[in-house]
Design a protein around this ligand. Structure first.
Ligand code: FMN
Length: 188
């Protein structure tokens, strides 16, 4: 697939086809791809947990804050919730580059998901206790949760926008504004 198309299609999805399972080998492949990502000194310190069991998904879901800008929306209703999650763990003693490694690994996961037709949403607004109960990892702390599922909504990119707030229109389509190339480049 064309890299620009893949990046354009790798949007944050928050409504999914909950009943449609993501094959286990695809989830493992996403992590395998993240394992091939660049990381500081090639230390490969990150670890990953895959959550697919319904009961565990419910525990994780209960602590997630969805779409802060959509103030009158409480999150996906039953049937539209993620069918899987990947939790990213890093060693409890943080290094200055930990967050960078996590961001790169997460990008590889969401881009891989997108290439397999799976939607995703990176999540920092989660409940640590809930995550710890379904994805225990001694000596590690949770750095990011990624919700996954086959898309159950349309998400459109709005290019060359000065806005930062995403919005949902009357048809339920989610719009994501992104700044123009010219506004991003400081030099060159
Ligand atoms: C580090 C990080 C944390 C995020 N945390 C949340 C979150 O807790 N809840 C949520 O609904 N979306 C979360 N998002 C998704 C962003 O809101 C989303 O990336 C942004 O609105 C732009 O949309 P896009 O991913 O389609 O480009 C997070 C994204 C990143 C990169």
């Amino acid at each position: 697939m064309d890299i620009v198309k893949l990046i354009e299609e790798t949007r944050s999805y928050r409504r999914f086809q909950e009943k449609r399972e993501i094959p286990a080998e695809l989830l493992r492949e996403m992590i395998s791809n993240a394992g091939m990502a660049p990381c500081a000194s090639n230390l490969q310190r990150l670890r990953f947990s895959i959550i697919t069991k319904e009961k565990e998904r419910m525990v994780l879901f209960s602590g997630i804050g969805w779409a802060g800008y959509l103030t009158d929306w409480l999150g996906p209703e039953p049937g539209k919730r993620p069918s899987a999650y990947i939790v990213i763990h890093a060693p409890a003693e943080e290094e200055f580059f930990t967050g960078i490694d996590v961001g790169i690994a997460a990008s590889y996961i969401v881009l891989s998901a997108s290439a397999y037709g799976v939607g995703s949403c990176m999540l920092l607004n989660y409940d640590k206790v809930s995550v710890g109960s379904v994805a225990p990892a001694e000596g590690y702390s949770t750095k990011l949760v990624i919700a996954l599922g086959y898309p159950g909504e349309t998400v459109l990119l709005e290019k060359d926008s000065k806005q930062i707030r995403y919005w949902r229109d009357e048809k339920g389509v989610h719009h994501v504004p992104k700044h123009s190339l010219e506004s991003l480049i400081l030099k060159g």
